[in-house]
Design a protein around this ligand. Sequence first.
Ligand SMILES: Cc1cc2nc3c(=O)[nH]c(=O)nc-3n(C[C@H](O)[C@H](O)[C@H](O)COP(=O)(O)O)c2cc1C
Length: 405
Amino acid sequence: MENPIKNKNILLGVTGSIAAYKAVELASQLTKAGSNVDVILTPAAEKLVSPLTFRSVTGKKVFTDADLWDTTSHIAHINLALPADIMLIAPATASTIAKLAHGQADNLLTLTALAIRCPLVVAPAMDTGMYSNAFTQENLEILEKHDITILGPDEGHLASGLSGKGRMLEARVLLGSLRFLLSRENPLAGKKVIVTAGGTQEPLDPVRVLTNHSSGKQGYALAQAALDAGADVTLISAPTSMTPPEGVKTISIQTAEEMHTAMLKEIKQTDAVIMAAAVADFRPTSKKAEKIKKEGKLSEIELEATIDILKELGEWKRSHKPDLVLIGFAAESEKLVENARKKLEQKNLNLIVANDISRNDAGFAVDTNAVTLLFKDGKRQDLPLQDKEAVAQKIIDILIQFMQS
Ligand SMILES: Cc1cc2nc3c(=O)[nH]c(=O)nc-3n(C[C@H](O)[C@H](O)[C@H](O)COP(=O)(O)O)c2cc1C
């Protein structure tokens, strides 16, 4: 599945908040992602940022109140409203929020917001006092009651120099939220998918851990691809530097045991599990309460096996839920296909993604991956070297087929 915002008609309404400059970045990112972005500015927004700035990043005409009363354009607000797949007002001032809550339509933006047939999303931006004001809060409640999605605001530094709640969400977050909202009717809608990611850490003492080189990139790309396909996604993540995609439910864990506990809590309502995490096979038998001293002797670390989560899931699938889809990863440095096929069978998986970690352009910590897919029915498919997002999309396309068969 491609990015759900690609080729979508997105109406971006910009109002008179100082955060209007951030909407330029948003319009730029949306355009780069392949959306068709029509920007509407209120008269107050025009004073803070020029229509030409938006035109320069979207490459398209930008709409202002001049278009509303222009005798050469035919009913601008209806022409903008009808083809829209989603309308986002970002930033949304207290004044525009008040107008929306009461159906007031005295400029091109508020008029278009009344005329749309698509979902409306609002990203407030204002001073903390204005935001907590009882009128603003009541107006936001009215919007929510009418199924208008409110995104943010965030806490943090405000243009006034004060700090508090009122900051507009960053462009990256707003784009991720639109991506999520536009995916909700895709083929995996209503399906619950668990993705695990990252390398678990097994503590030796309060400062040291046993871990591996997993970056979490492939797992996070899988979580995003499953969201794009419409699924409700739970990401059980070991520590990584990655930012979870918007719309995902993230459970942060450190050890294999914590991952196992989180999995048991989630598994009952789940339709598919993709185990992309590099879970420790061994852990220190005991965690020392105090830091092991350099001066002390440490010639050996005693280890014990961790629980094989995927194997346990495979047994549970056999005894309780035969239609549970299980997808595993096998990172191997030798006899790739042979070892991976063994795991596929032993763990009762639908698919195993075999990763040759002896290559330096695939597997751990790099942006690309070259994998071999092995299916339960004996089929094998070798995917060429490609970025981890493309590998993730391919795996989710296969998951969609599993779910539909
Ligand atoms: C420099 C400047 C910054 C402003 N920033 C905000 C803001 O962040 N949020 C807000 O609700 N109003 C803000 N205002 C007030 C609005 O611009 C004003 O209420 C205006 O009428 C809003 O019109 P609009 O919602 O149609 O764009 C600001 C005003 C100025 C002069």
